[in-house]
Design a protein around this ligand. Sequence first.
Ligand SMILES: Cc1ncc(COP(=O)(O)O)c(C=O)c1O
Length: 359
Amino acid sequence: MVQVLTQLNSTLMGMVSRGVVDLRSDTLTQPTEPMRQAMATAPVGDDRYGEDPTVNRLEERFAELVDKPAAVYVPSGTMGNQIALRLHGTSGSNVVVGRRQHLMSYESGAAGMNNAFQIYAVDDVGGVLDADAAAEAVAAGNGGFWPPVSLICLENTHLASGGLAIGAEELGAIAALGPPVHLDGARLFNAAVARGTTAAELASPAATVMSCVSKGLGAPVGSLLAGPADLVTEARLHRRRLGGAMRQAGVVAAGGLFALEHHIDRLADDHARAQRLGDVVAERWPGARLGESEAAGGRPLTNVVAFRHPDSLGLLDHLRQAGIHAGLLAPGVVRLVTHLDVDDADIDRAVAALSSAPE
Ligand SMILES: Cc1ncc(COP(=O)(O)O)c(C=O)c1O
């Protein structure tokens, strides 16, 4: 009895000292000490006047990385996407969007509320737009039958299909349909690292590209929207209209700059750790992981492990009791996301918890 209690006590103590492994999202990271140092010592100014040197440097650096003429720093990925819709989506037009893309399904209806165009949703199974459906909308628009298509939106990595990294050729094939493309690249650097290419290559088919420094890159705040200089100037106007123009934002932008300089290559570690979780999922619940077949077909999976489970809430409870926090991507779809604050020992614990879960 004493032995059992001692064992129980040491298990509990271990859980407390090891803390919780939070796999709900890659947005949950804490800034690292060196990142905090960079933020604390960043030179700042009033960004509304274009006078914050750190914000200016972040915008320039991001524009370089995606090989676009200019970029603007915005408080969130949602705002970056919404501004892009305003830049391209003309009133009374169709904007073609994948049915499960973030800006269609996870921005609380903002696209519809903020704009006077029509969203034309097409299937995005495996992370890629149904090219035939998109082409049909474009042709019907050009022929004057349907509203003209003023914009096509893509997402890379594609979260709802399990974090698949889509290739530049597949994105290019959609861009070849004619209308400008906006790329929601909230996790574009994950896609680039997974595919062994650059963010610039993946962004090349797009007129505008948004990416978040606040996700896998580990910065506390912010996203960037890049594109042609005239569009970025207009984007600054929309940012102001939406209340997103900031003042001494260099304090947070410094975290983003630090992330771009130091946290891109390490995304490969997050992907390897996600793969370890994916291996257990594949063993326990064969065929349940989203994106598995597309990954086998050449679209790599990244830092997300999403899988269908018949008792998803029960599984979340089981994991929570073991100190592992998981989330839901959609009803019945469990999601585990690796990030900067998750190490190999954390993955060992998550693997053990998944292995001991009931069917
Ligand atoms: C694919 C994608 N796009 C856009 C966003 C929006 O970013 P934010 O939460 O900064 O508004 C997210 C957020 O998770 C996302 O996953």
